[in-house]
Design a binder for this molecule. Sequence first.
Ligand code: COA
Length: 412
Amino acid sequence: MNGQGVNGSHSNGRYAQITGWGSYVPEKILTNEALAHVVDTTDEWITSRTGIKQRHVAGNERETTAVLAARAGREALLVAGLPPSRLDLIMGATATPEYMFPSTASLVQDALGARAAGAFDLSAGCSGFLYGLNMGMAAVRSGMADHILVIGAETLSRIVDWSDRNTCVLFGDGAGAVVVSVCTDRCGVLATELGSDGSGGQLLILPAGGSHQPASLESVSSGGHFVKMNGREVFRFATTVLPKATEAVVRKAGWQLADVALVIPHQANTRIIESAAKRLNLPMDKFFINLERYGNTSAASIPIALTEAVAEGKVRPGDKLVLVGFGAGLTWAAAAVEWGVPPARTTRTFLDRLLAQLGFFFAGIRSWILRSERHAYNWAMGPVGKDDWRGHLRQRLDVWRSKVRRRFTRRD
Ligand code: COA
């Protein structure tokens, strides 16, 4: 896809800056050594072929994609110093949503108390976060939105076949998020590059559970609800698109490759990143890598890596960054970002944290009240449109309730 229409020269003086970032991973760690007790593999094989040493995995059924996403979103909002009520939109990129519907983003909207925000999920495999960043940039620059939360969140441990050594060693769970806000200085997300080649869709796929093969006894017994991957083909695809997308987005931003301070690639395999570095003729120290600790967290990998790169002081104001990824679809995506946030802006006091936590606590209470009220009302009033005194009372009360609800859910 051509991102020309949203590049710098057409910005109307509105730019889309990353003002907040955050990540969250489950506590439970699964090392290569521990995995070697589960499938026929070794630490030596996984390390030498992928670079991965360990991954975080959801430790209990309460650690779901929406929970990880909400935690990463909270961190990002805290860094941005933005109350959730000022968000216009929440985008959740995930291949492992909480449900087919409602969207994980809607659940996060409720958990955060983002009363004025629209919310939706998007599916672009491991490129999903950068697809979201692209849409976030376009919405902010066009004036459609001022503040957007883009989240990449996954619980891939729930969809990998733990008896398939070709895939289970690669993936991990986690979430990362950024707040994209309007600014008037020329900085932030300056250009993007998106691409797709659906002819390779079968190379990385979760075959069952959709309209092609709905859930059935057979789909379950044949393992259709687990990730299937042709590793070699995906490897070949990744080593081609990673350098190409990087070059394309650098060109669109009007930069030279030599201007780039740091490339934050999708964290799938060190060998893929090394191959891209070679093709781009860039030294490896220009690539941020943390996959040895997380494995491939799909849509979450780039925002988790960005958050760590900032925390480690590897991103400074004025730095030119390239975020670049690839994944199921097949898809690829890249973003050219000029970092604009001074480090001092990102340190939050104890009081800031406390106030934010209180806000999230009240968001939980608000959600509980809304749900309880809906249940109690439906129970007390019976079915809609019934021609008796309860039906007539319900009709009157519905008008009153919608007025109250509007007041309760509107922006501050
Ligand atoms: N432990 C030990 N041996 C393993 C293994 C494991 N976990 N997984 C595969 N093997 C074996 C294979 O069975 C094969 O054995 P064979 O030659 O007897 O058939 C051998 O190792 C080599 O397999 P191969 O597929 O050639 O390995 P590779 O060097 O291509 O590495 C991947 C495999 C999956 C690591 C690599 O292809 C890859 O990273 N692909 C991209 C995957 C990816 O990034 N996916 C996500 C995209 S978002």
